[in-house]
Design a protein. Structure first.
Length: 107
C-alpha cells in the first residue's frame, strides 16, 4: 500500500476478483487484530479477508465464503476500532518498525 493521506482516520477496503482462497497470511484474533508469533495483538493493526490466515484452518468452506468472512471480520474490526483510543500514523509506523527489527534480531 502507499500513503494516501498524511493523517487519519484511515479506512481502506480492497476488493478484487480471485480464483482461489488463501491459507496464508498473519493470524488474527476475534476482533481482527493481527497477532504476533507469540499470540499477542499488534495494537492498531487489523486484517480481514484473503490477506490473513483462513478461519477454516487449512480447509475451504465454499464458494463465496471469502467475501462473507471479509465482511464479517471487517465489521468486527470496525467495532473494535471504535472502542480503541486513537493513535497517529507515526506511532503505528514506529511500532511496526520495532516489531520487524526485534523479529530480525537487529534491535
Amino acid at each position: 500500500m502507499y500513503l494516501f493521506r498524511e493523517s487519519g482516520p484511515y479506512c481502506c477496503i480492497l476488493i478484487c476478483g480471485m480464483v482461489l482462497d488463501t491459507n496464508g497470511g498473519p493470524r488474527t484474533n476475534p476482533t481482527s487484530q493481527v497477532l504476533r508469533p507469540d499470540g499477542s495483538a499488534i495494537s492498531g493493526l487489523y486484517g480481514a479477508g484473503n490477506c490473513v490466515a483462513s478461519v477454516a484452518c487449512g480447509g475451504y468452506l465454499s464458494v463465496g465464503s471469502s467475501w462473507q468472512l471479509a465482511a464479517t471480520f471487517a465489521c468486527l474490526a470496525a467495532e473494535h476500532v471504535t472502542r480503541e483510543s486513537a493513535c497517529d500514523l507515526s506511532t503505528v509506523c514506529a511500532r511496526a518498525s520495532a516489531l520487524i527489527s526485534s523479529e530480525n534480531g537487529t534491535r
